[in-house]
Design a protein around this ligand. Sequence first.
Ligand SMILES: C[S@@+](CC[C@H](N)C(=O)[O-])C[C@H]1O[C@@H](n2cnc3c(N)ncnc32)[C@H](O)[C@@H]1O
Length: 150
Amino acid sequence: MQQYLQNKKGLVQNVFTKVYDKYDLMNDFMSLGIHRLWKKNLIHWMAPSERKKLIDMACGTGDLGKLFLENTNFTGKVLCVDPNSEMLKKGIKRLKKHKNLIWKKGYAEKVSAPSNYFDYYTISFGLRNTKNINVFRIFKSSKFSIKYVL
Ligand SMILES: C[S@@+](CC[C@H](N)C(=O)[O-])C[C@H]1O[C@@H](n2cnc3c(N)ncnc32)[C@H](O)[C@@H]1O
């Protein structure tokens, strides 16, 4: 089982290392642009107020982080986490003017983030790549709700 999971992790990494450069284009093409609408809807549903903090797991090239910042009048903060260096580099390059986006390499299963710090946790189109994630430690409030897009 352990071996299987290790192999799966490697395969997932390989896929994104191969497509990172075309990932955004592929997303538009394959979803006919609808992924943009879903992401906008998610952030509108979250309705973050100013200075709120988000951890965006499996951030890819940072679409959700950017929308979150826009919706907090650029006063919010986002920790964008992804294990794939190429996806991270692409996001950093694309969104370099946004100083409130912090980029970190890491897996959802063992992210090192401060406890009781974040107001929101998102993982969009990434949950299927994970196993045993524990998000509760890093929330400020014990009230939470989960909405996900597989
Ligand atoms: C389909 S992309 C989604 C990117 C972005 N969230 C979006 O909605 O456009 C999936 C991302 O999950 C990342 N990923 C794969 N396994 C992961 C894991 N165990 N923990 C966190 N992220 C992971 C990949 O590197 C990839 O960037």
